[in-house]
Design a protein around this ligand. Structure first.
Ligand SMILES: NC(=O)c1ccc[n+]([C@@H]2O[C@H](COP(=O)([O-])OP(=O)(O)OC[C@H]3O[C@@H](n4cnc5c(N)ncnc54)[C@H](O)[C@@H]3O)[C@@H](O)[C@H]2O)c1
Ligand SMILES: O=C(O)C[C@H](O)C(=O)O
Length: 314
């Protein structure tokens, strides 16, 4: 099995590192447009193999897509990250052209690949990738956006801090858009090993956990001067693992909706079952009225961003 990671920057290299250490596939190709960077990071990572105890082969490539041929899964992280004070949406002008070009090249060499889109603004980049992929005959179930997996891990982090319990005992998911104002941490459904979290902390504390989760990426960008990579890297890796190992895990991810959750012609975060065929099924959380309204509002904002695509010369 073979995975390609496009973009050998912070998130791409961290994703490749995790995939190699977990020995999910035989071969990882790391591709970047910057001369020598992917080869350098691949060599650096390969020099951790005897220390980490893995046999995964990691190959670097400066924009040579022939090396990515016949990949089973391709993670697309190429593009600019935001700086403090920016929104993810402000990246659309530069990242749309990058994502469109990369998806075209990747599918030319790996027509059967499952695409995992990470570049921001992620829901719109997933929608764009889907349009390109469908024009090349790819099934919609092979195009998946990574956002909810990361946002949910941040939700569990903030919840564990507020409750003083282990993150591993928490089930808490985020749906909707991967944006500071569009994500929806589902506090009503958050549980501590099956028991509603609302039984253990106040309504106000739970609302603060949700608010902190929504700006989790912005908080890190403010601290780091660029956006985060450790949690995004392992979140991407965990989705690759679920696909390659056909785990049938439920993961919130941005996928093409056709009436589910009341939306059409959009890619937005919903719980999906991940397996060897990509996103295999959308799970219905049975949202209440308030949650459904938040989801519709989130969809409106993402749709406005999708409409910007037609104004760009890409
Ligand atoms: N969806 C998420 O949850 C999530 C999480 C973190 C970051 N991101 C996004 O991921 C992207 C990457 O973030 P990062 O921190 O790794 O940035 P980075 O700047 O460290 O790395 C980006 C890499 O992409 C490369 N690149 C640019 N154009 C390319 C092209 N045409 N072909 C191949 N490579 C190209 C650059 O040379 C660079 O090495 C950003 O858009 C960021 O906003 C998304
Ligand atoms: O915050 C960002 O811009 C990067 C990413 O989307 C994240 O949530 O870490």
């Amino acid at each position: 099995m073979k995975v390609t990671v496009v973009g050998a920057g912070a998130v791409g290299a961290t994703t490749a590192d995790n995939i190699a250490r977990k020995q999910i596939v035989d071969e990882v190709v790391l591709l970047d447009i910057k001369q020598g960077v992917a080869e350098g990071k691949a060599m650096d990572l390969m020099q951790t193999a005897s220390l980490e105890g893995f046999d995964t082969k990691i190959i670097g490539s400066t924009n040579d897509y022939a090396k990515t041929a016949k990949s089973d899964v391709v993670v697309i992280t190429s593009g600019l990250p935001r700086k403090p004070g920016m929104t993810r949406e402000e990246l659309i002008g530069i990242n749309a052209g990058i994502v469109k070009g990369v998806v075209t090249q990747i599918l030319t060499h790996s027509p059967k690949a499952i695409l995992l889109i990470v570049s921001n603004p992620m829901d719109t980049m997933t929608y764009l990738a889907l349009q390109v992929a469908q024009s090349m005959g790819v099934n919609k179930k092979r195009v998946i956006g990574m956002g909810g997996a990361l946002d949910s891990s941040r939700f569990r982090y903030y919840l564990s801090q507020a409750m003083g319990v282990s993150q591993g005992d928490l089930h808490a998911n985020v749906i909707g858009g991967h944006g500071d104002t569009t994500m929806i941490p589902l506090t009503r459904l958050a549980t501590w090993n099956g028991i509603p979290a609302s039984r253990f902390i106040s309504k106000e504390a739970l609302a603060k956990v949700a608010a902190d989760t929504m700006v989790g990426g912005a908080t890190l960008t403010g601290l780091l001067g660029t956006s985060a990579w450790y949690a995004p890297g392992i979140a991407s890796c965990s989705m690759v693992e679920a696909i390659i190992r056909d785990e049938k895990r439920i993961v919130p991810a941005s996928v093409s909706l056709n009436g589910e959750y009341g939306q059409k012609d959009i890619c937005l975060g919903v719980p999906v079952v991940l397996g060897r065929n990509g996103w295999e099924k959308i799970v219905n959380y049975r949202l209440n009225k308030e949650e459904q309204a938040a989801f519709a509002k989130s969809a409106d904002a993402v749709r406005n961003m999708n409409n910007v695509l037609s104004t760009l010369s890409i």
